[in-house]
Design a binder for this molecule. Structure first.
Ligand code: RIB
Length: 308
């Protein structure tokens, strides 16, 4: 199996849950408060390692109590964090997450994540280049991704970019990215264009993969637009669903599953992850996913038999 490196953010998530979210200038009482380790980079790395892949996280934390909690938490995961950048004089990233009716809105203060930069990556580049699949998000400086993609491409690495939160990607990088996975709200910003989704997909066959929440995931296979369905679950908290998808997709790609199956593997993991509160709390382990995977294949067989 190929090894996966995640270059990305690490946050402490401060969750509040309420039946209604306040308007500007309004004060309301919430129902629940909890803390949980998060950050899109850390979440994707945890998602991938729980699925049995060999994964390393490249990112930064402050020298503070929050990073101690993060490091303690990672002892329960099989994730390699030996390249972590411990930043003096900055705080570990924090995210304030409001949950209402299983949906969320998130405000991130990056802190030490801003130090996941070119100077840090040059110190750990040799180690990073021993990985085969490299997964990015956009909560760390965009300049780092712009610097690294050509280097990784030149070395023949598989590059997956989950452009969240959305940011424009420079045009010359597109042909170096193996898979780009924006959601239905992000793709217009990423490509800085107003093309309808289908038109854009046709320009990037088997490369652009757009996630559409409960409507599944779409891509163009060179002949037609393919929609991979989402699995049906009762969502409790959708925080980290995109991260679960990305981590799982990277694992499936590293196992050389075909594109359709890699996406389907991602949708199963994302579906399972939203059945619990917190980003990493609900991320499933391999045995749970394999069970559901077999069920899905069985249903597919049955549907196929009925069609015939
Ligand atoms: O994608 C969910 C994540 O976004 C949270 O864990 C939060 O830290 C923000 O980065």
């Amino acid at each position: 199996m190929r090894k996966i490196a995640v270059v990305g953010s690490i946050n402490m998530d401060y969750f509040v849950e309420a039946e209604k979210l306040p308007e500007i200038g309004e004060t309301l009482l919430g129902n629940q408060f909890f803390l949980s380790v998060g950050g899109k980079g850390a979440n994707q790395a945890v998602a991938a390692s729980r699925l049995g892949a060999e994964v390393a996280l490249f990112g930064s934390v402050g020298k503070d109590e929050i990073s101690e909690i993060f490091i303690e938490n990672m002892k329960n995961e099989t994730l390699d964090i030996k390249n972590l950048n411990l930043v003096e004089g900055s705080h570990t990233g924090v995210a304030f997450i409001e949950i209402c009716n299983s949906e969320n809105r998130i405000l991130v203060v990056p802190g030490a994540n801003d130090f996941t930069d070119v100077s840090y990556i040059n110190r750990v580049l040799e180690g990073l280049l021993t990985y085969d699949v490299v997964l990015f998000q956009m909560e760390t400086p965009i300049e780092l991704m712009e610097y690294l993609i050509p280097i990784l491409h030149e070395k023949g690495k598989i590059i997956i970019v989950n452009p969240a939160p959305a940011h424009k990607i420079k045009a010359h990088l597109f042909d170096k990215i193996t898979y780009l996975t924006p959601n239905e709200h992000e793709y217009e910003i990423v490509f800085d264009c107003k093309l309808p989704m289908e038109k854009l997909l046709i320009n990037y066959p088997n490369q652009l993969i757009i996630t559409c929440g409960t409507d599944g995931v779409v891509y163009y296979d060179g002949q037609e637009i393919v929609r991979v369905p989402a699995i049906k679950v009762e969502p409790v908290d959708t925080t980290g669903a995109g991260d679960s998808f990305s981590g799982a997709f990277a694992v499936a790609v590293s196992e050389e599953k075909n594109l359709y199956d890699s996406i389907r593997f991602g949708t199963i993991v994302a579906g399972l992850s939203v059945t619990k509160k917190g980003a990493q709390t609900g991320m499933p382990y391999r045995s749970e996913v394999d069970l559901l995977w077999k069920e899905e294949l069985k249903h597919e067989g049955e549907d196929h038999a009925i069609e015939n």
